[in-house]
Design a protein around this ligand. Structure first.
Ligand code: FES
Length: 210
């Protein structure tokens, strides 16, 4: 079993959006897939409760993650999304640049320095994001298919926050004209091997990771 519940190790004030996430997260943490279809072959393992309180890294096996699926983890009381993007999605991302606030990820508060460009990832196909809207902290819905949506007839896949209708693409880049001011956060992470991701540690510090 991946996580045994949710704690808030920072003891920071929890806003209403985040509280909604915390209420729902025991049901979704460790689940994977569009619509949260459980895939038993995906496994993740986590540190002890004490280490978790200290914000210890979280490790995930993504060997069974299929295109269009999402693995949801918890790190430091936040939902972490690991999503495998299709070639069609990767090709669509650069075409959206003119519609976005920060298409080149110049706001360095939203991702580590080694996460660059339109894809905002280490491996092109794998996106790792903190799943909290940068407006007021709701957890956006994944709408990964390229197809017209009620909120955007030219939708190329991404995340939609129903709280106040913010939109993000499949790299977590925020659209113009929505309440969310910045791109979704990319957490520090690195690949322990080809199919194992460690969230919470930069690649440069990976030797000292717990
Ligand atoms: S919290 Fe997402 S749009 Fe307001």
């Amino acid at each position: 079993m991946a996580n045994q519940g949710v704690t808030d190790p920072t003891h920071e004030p929890v806003n209403s959006g985040r509280r909604r996430f915390l209420t729902a997260t025991t049901a979704v943490v460790g689940a994977v897939g569009a619509g949260f279809v459980a895939v038993p072959f995906i496994k993740s393992w986590n540190p002890s409760a004490r280490a978790k309180l200290a914000g210890a890294p979280v490790t995930a096996d993504i060997s069974a993650l299929a295109e269009g699926q999402r693995l949801v983890l918890e790190w430091r009381g936040q939902p972490i999304w690991i999503v495998k993007r299709s070639k069609a999605i990767l090709q669509a991302l650069p075409t959206l640049d003119n519609l976005l606030r920060d298409p080149k990820s110049t706001n360095l508060d939203q991702q580590p320095a080694y996460i660059k460009g339109e894809l905002r990832s280490i491996k092109p196909e794998i996106s790792v994001l903190v799943g909290l809207c940068t407006h007021l902290g709701c957890s956006p819905e994944m709408k990964a298919e390229i197809k017209p949506e009620p909120f955007d007839p030219a939708w190329k896949g991404g995340y939609f926050c129903p709280c106040h209708k913010s939109k993000f693409d499949m790299a977590g880049r925020v659209f113009q004209g929505v309440p969310a001011p910045t791109n979704l956060v990319v957490p520090p992470h690195y690949y322990e091997n080809d199919t194992t991701i460690v969230v919470g540690v930069d690649p440069s510090n990976s030797q000292g990771a717990a």
